[in-house]
Design a protein around this ligand. Structure first.
Ligand code: PEP
Ligand code: MG
Length: 751
């Protein structure tokens, strides 16, 4: 680019920055800015159009067009040349605008005398903010240098908009991040919560988009890029050559390629030469990449652009020194807002810290969702891709986990309706507390035992509060996930012993380590499995690498210390696996006996039925198992061949689907034949209608999150299960796909 333009561009940027120091605000500042740009670019017209709402652009300031058109002229996204530049996120450069495709004449502006038009989108990290337009009488296309200079200016305007530089008292321009917004997502966990936003990954804020000393900025940028390269190389060194680490290597190789890319660095250096700070230069290129990401459907290109986005974030963090820990304190009643989060990262927050969770991605079946459920806080998944960009730390937020709705910066009417709802829920809780010590006994005298699921010691107090009769599933992986190394036997024994102490004599069923699939231990090499949910997980890992399993079994025996012990093995697909795992436990008991340790008073060994194959195991399996627990989350995904983490397919199949209910009935019958106690411990056991139907199909033990015990018990006490069964049977006979409609109608008819 010509030196002349560089200097002119830098001069203009400096003048723009000076407007920030002036005593003008809002509209006056915008008016001054369009005047500065028109003079510097030697064009007759300069206008700034900003979004009024997601679909409408408004002329907010102009030099050259009629002043009375300001805040009057509006166009829809895609309408006219301005709307086209905004919609496509690309520059529209026309020498003869009136004859260009899509041109729309706005008579109130008096623009008919101008021939040439150049509109440059004002975007910030893929966020569309408006369009910067220059026009002139002379019919000429703007040169590449001129367009580039406008892009740099647009970038600065985007940063200024983000910083609220155009917001003035009582004026038409509203500050960003102040509007009330509503987001709809999927229900990960019911419940309502009011609190303040806490971003899992706060955005890096660039407060200095313009810099005076290009040499110094270039130097800063080069140093930061060097530091970035070193960190990528370090990451690469820590990944082995093992084929199992192939995916990770590939991503890091792509990072290294970008980090060493001359053209990436060159573009950013050009941006700096034009007057931007190093941070703004990184953001400008990142914005361009995000725009391309939004337009591309090629999966390979999208992945690479995602890599570049991630790398740009790392570079910005190096430049600004803003890490994940920005030094900001967590607000009161924090509600976590994140693109996505894994179970280990979520556990880092600790129970009791968060009041709710909102994820742009995530899924109902994931283990992060299970942690949220264990904590009994509302969780919304798939809340769209805007909330992390819109929300600011500390914003007022209300989460309605019953409806899957999030209100960000709600207005007064929403707040009062929401608070009414919270009060109603508190009343329902009182009702449930009233039946806490009564049995879950149906009108026709069938008793169903209510058990709870847990995975943390901190959840044990719920055993008494909820009225659960014991712990039907204690997931032991959370202690493994929350650490960087395998926990020691003594440490685990201590934890399990405290769990039994806290249960105060009520039964606790410990499930041995269930890792694999989405539960990846940071210290275990991730296998390069094309389909981890069907891969090397749970008991398959336990039986192949017996060291960890035996250590855990020893810890359990020691924790029991003379008390009864119940252990179940996850993900058993065939009889032999159960037989082998059971033998390991018996061997460990024998070993402990020889060592002279106190043995459990009684040992019960069960299996989780999570794969359809086990339902068809030989009778001897049912005879050998002391109990069986149906892991409905996994069983359902394999029964319907629908990934529990994939919202799109998961929702297609209703738990009350006739095939699934008939399958549950068949399992209950097989267990009945051998007198094997059977429970259901998947998430569906905590949904009142589903739980009631399971009871009607013959299940007598249900294990669920503690908050569900009250609602499930309340429904079971209201119904005649024999009648429920008749309703289900009639529905099944009628050829419906799911019995839900018939069951709901029957329930509505009950007094
Ligand atoms: C299940 O699959 O239903 C279950 C209880 O196990 P998890 O959700 O931990 O896989
Ligand atoms: Mg499971």
């Amino acid at each position: 680019m010509a030196e002349q333009t560089d200097t002119e561009s830098r001069k203009l940027l400096r003048r723009l920055r000076d407007t920030l120091a002036e005593d003008t605000a809002g509209q006056a500042r915008l008016d001054h800015i369009v005047e500065l740009i028109a003079t510097s670019m030697q064009t007759e017209v300069c206008s700034i159009y900003l979004f009024r709402d997601a679909e409408t652009l408004e002329l907010c300031a102009t030099e050259g067009l009629k002043a009375e058109a300001v805040h009057q002229t509006r166009m829809k996204l895609g309408e006219g040349l301005v709307g086209r530049a905004a919609r496509d996120g690309t520059v529209v450069n026309e020498a003869d605008a009136p004859s260009a495709r899509g041109f729309r004449y706005m008579p109130e502006t008096g623009e008919e005398v101008y021939s040439s038009f150049c509109g440059v989108p004002i975007t910030r990290l893929g966020d569309k903010l408006g369009v910067l337009v220059v026009q002139s009488r002379e019919a000429r296309a703007f040169s590449d240098d001129e367009v580039y200079a406008l892009e740099v200016v647009a970038m600065v305007l985007a940063e200024m908009t983000e910083l609220g530089a155009f917001v003035g008292e009582g004026e038409a321009l509203k500050a960003r991040h102040t509007n009330p917004m509503m987001f709809r997502g999927g229900i990960g966990q019911e419940g309502v919560a009011e609190g303040h936003v806490w971003l899992h990954e706060p955005r890096v804020v660039v407060t200095n988009p313009i810099a005076d000393d290009p040499e110094a900025e270039t130097e800063r940028l080069r140093e930061a890029v060097d530091a970035l390269r070193v960190s990528v190389d370090d990451m690469l060194k820590s990944v082995s050559d093992d084929p199992v680490d192939k995916d990770q290597r590939e991503v890091l190789e792509a990072y290294r390629m970008f980090a060493s890319s001359r053209s990436w660095l060159k573009r950013m250096e050009e941006d700096i030469a034009a007057g931007l700070s190093a941070e703004a230069a990184v953001e400008k290129e990142q914005s361009a990449a995000r725009t391309r990401l939004g337009q591309s459907s090629d999966p390979y290109l999208r992945e690479r652009l995602q890599d570049l986005d991630d790398l740009s974030n790392r570079l910005l963090r190096i430049l600004t020194g803003q890490g994940r820990d920005t030094g900001a304190g967590m607000p009161e009643n924090p509600i976590l807002v994140a693109r996505n989060i894994g179970p280990a990262e979520l556990l880092d927050y600790g129970r009791g810290e968060l009041k709710g969770i909102v994820l742009e991605q995530g899924s109902v079946g994931s283990h992060a969702a299970i942690v949220a459920r264990a904590w009994a806080i509302p969780l919304i998944v798939h809340a769209g891709d805007r909330i992390t960009a819109e929300a600011l730390n500390g914003d007022h937020i209300m989460v309605d986990g019953d409806q899957g709705i999030v209100h960000l910066r709600p207005d007064d009417t929403v707040v009062s309706a929401f608070r009414d709802k919270i009060a109603m829920q508190a009343q329902a809780q009182k009702r449930y507390a009233g039946i806490r010590d009564l049995p879950a006994e149906s009108k026709d005298g069938i008793r169903v035992s209510m058990l709870m699921n847990a995975g943390l010691i901190a959840e044990l107090p719920s055993l008494n509060d909820s009225g659960a009769e014991g712990v039907g599933l204690f997931r032991t992986e959370l202690q493994f996930l929350a650490r960087n190394t395998v926990p020691r036997r003594s440490e685990l024994a201590g934890i399990y012993s405290r769990v039994l102490d806290a249960a105060g004599g009520k039964k606790v069923v410990f499930r041995t380590l269930d890792i694999g699939s989405d539960k990846v231990l940071p210290y275990m090499k991730r296998d390069d499995e094309p389909n981890p949910a069907l891969g090397w997980r749970a008991i398959r890992v336990g039986l192949d690498k017996v060291g960890v399993m035996r250590m855990q079994l020893q810890a359990l025996i020691r924790a029991a210390n003379g008390r009864p012990l119940s252990v179940m093995f996850p993900f058993v697909a065939q009889f032999d696996e159960f037989r082998a795992a059971r033998q390991h436990l018996l061997d460990e008991v024998e070993r402990e006996r020889k060592l002279g340790h106190v043995l459990p008073e009684k040992v019960e060994i069960g299996a989780m039925l999570e794969t359809p194959s086990l339902a068809f195991a030989p009778r001897q399996f049912f005879e050998m198992a002391d109990f069986i627990s149906i892991g409905g989350n996994d069983l359902k995904q394999f029964f319907f061949a629908a990934d529990r983490e994939n919202e799109r397919v998961r929702r297609r199949y209703d738990t009350l689907n006739v095939s699934f209910l008939s399958f549950i009935e068949q399992i209950a019958r097989r267990c009945d034949e051998t007198g094997t106690p059977v429970s259901f411990c998947g998430e569906d056991a905590g949904r009142p209608i589903e739980a009631m139907c399971f009871a009607a199909m013959g299940l007598r033990h249900l294990s669920m999150r503690p908050a569900s015990v009250g609602p499930v018990k309340h429904l079971i006490r209201r119904v005649d299960l024999g009648e429920a069964r008749d309703v289900i049977d009639r529905a099944r006979g009628s050829g419906v796909q799911s019995v839900r409609g018939d069951v709901m109608e029957w329930l509505r008819g009950l007094s």
